[in-house]
Design a protein around this ligand. Structure first.
Ligand code: ATP
Ligand code: MG
Length: 366
């Protein structure tokens, strides 16, 4: 049956527009995997229900960002003919699954999740953590398993969620029946792409931290942000030796630049190692490096901007794509949920054997 299929599920929270961290961490890879043709099914989810777990009082924000994320997807080259794009809340089966998975996870297990711990701190929840937010790793397990996903392309902050999902799958299959599939995270091979830092030097570019270069930024915005980027604070004069490790400008170059960019934009060097050597020795100023980074990023973002313009002219079509995708996603999730309910023995009305057996049992008492 579905067991040997290769299936992708991944997604993003509609809490803002997507940024270049999303792009190198997950989006770019999704498009490559989509176009490789080696996956049987691909589901890309806009996680609005998850976004509400820490934005319950701001539904308008979530609503407005659905279309932003959808436009970002389509402009990066996700193709609705090959990938099912859908909205989480429109697949109610996911909520139902989460409810059953909650029985398989302990409070202390959730408390150990390092990403959630960190996010709780960032949001200053202290002791008033919404229960929905606290349990979102369980809801994420439902999102992944509903589609029997084998592969989840994500940035490295998501590894604890995939591990939690795998535990739920093992536990469910062990207690009930072999219904669910254990997924694997697919994180970028290039280390700089796994968690792209913010332009302010913060360890993660994040919508919630406001330190982002957005895929939809204008060329001028991108240039300004790059020119104002945090670098090595000890690299004050051009002749000073500089540090490339942890220096956002170099992390971005690691993530974006390819050797052919040098011939095109900076023929004094042949590759990034030469630039890094020069910067480390001293004698290479930040401005020159930033100008090159700007050329490289503009080249990568230009085709994305062009595709975006085309979709922006046809917004109703974008909603139609999401609607069609949501219907398709719900069909698939419903099949998995029915299998789960049968395994959990809560499929009373579908089970003629049960009804007959009970009839017999009570009949015998007469
Ligand atoms: P929020 O602050 O609302 O959580 P976010 O910017 O963290 O937003 P998410 O929607 O939570 O974005 O993440 C979507 C996907 O993008 C995940 O796979 C995540 O690992 C990846 N991702 C997010 N930020 C980065 C980053 N800075 N570098 C690499 N991958 C990232
Ligand atoms: Mg996040």
């Amino acid at each position: 049956m579905g067991e040997s299929k290769k299936i992708i599920l991944t997604g993003d929270r509609p809490t803002g527009k997507l940024h270049v961290g999303h792009y190198v961490g997950s989006l770019r890879q999704r498009v490559e995997l989509q176009n490789s043709g080696s996956f049987d099914e691909i589901y890309i989810m806009i996680a609005d229900a998850q976004a509400l777990t820490d934005n319950a009082d701001n539904p308008e924000k979530v609503r407005q960002n659905i279309i932003e994320v959808a436009l970002d997807y389509l402009s990066c080259g996700l193709d609705p003919a090959k990938s099912t794009l859908f909205i989480q809340s429109q697949v109610p089966e996911l909520t139902e699954m989460s409810f059953y998975y909650m029985n398989l996870v302990t409070v202390s297990r959730l408390q150990r999740n390092p990403t959630v711990k960190n996010e709780i701190k960032l949001r200053n929840f202290e002791t008033s953590i919404p229960v929905g937010f606290f349990t979102y790793p369980i809801s994420q397990a439902a999102d992944i398993t509903a589609f029997k996903a084998t592969t989840v392309p994500v940035g490295d902050d998501q590894l604890p969620m995939i591990e939690q999902t795998r535990e739920i799958v093992r536990s469910f299959n062990h207690i009930y029946d072999e219904v669910l599939v254990e997924p694997e995270a697919l994180i970028p091979q290039n280390e700089s792409c796994r968690r792209l830092p913010g332009i302010d030097g913060n360890a993660k570019m994040s919508k919630s931290l406001g330190n982002c270069i957005y895929l939809s930024d204008t060329p001028e915005d991108v240039r300004k942000k790059i020119m104002s980027m945090y670098t090595d604070p000890n690299h004050i004069r051009v002749q000073d030796p500089g540090r490339v490790e942890g220096n956002p400008v170099f992390v971005y170059l690691d993530a974006f630049c390819r050797d052919e960019h040098f011939a095109k934009f900076w023929p004094e060097y042949h590759n990034l190692d030469e630039v890094k050597d020069h910067y480390t020795r001293g004698g290479l100023g930040d401005v020159k490096v930033k100008k090159f980074l700007n050329e490289v990023m503009q080249a990568e973002l230009e085709p994305i901007r062009e595709r975006r313009k085309a979709y922006e002219k046809n917004i109703p079509e974008v909603y139609r794509i999401l609607r069609e995708g949501s219907v398709k996603a719900e069909k698939k999730a419903a099949v998995t949920l029915a299998e789960m309910k049968a395994a959990m023995k809560i499929n009373y009305f579908d089970d003629q054997e049960l009804i007959a057996a009970q009839a017999q049992r009570f009949g015998e008492n007469v």
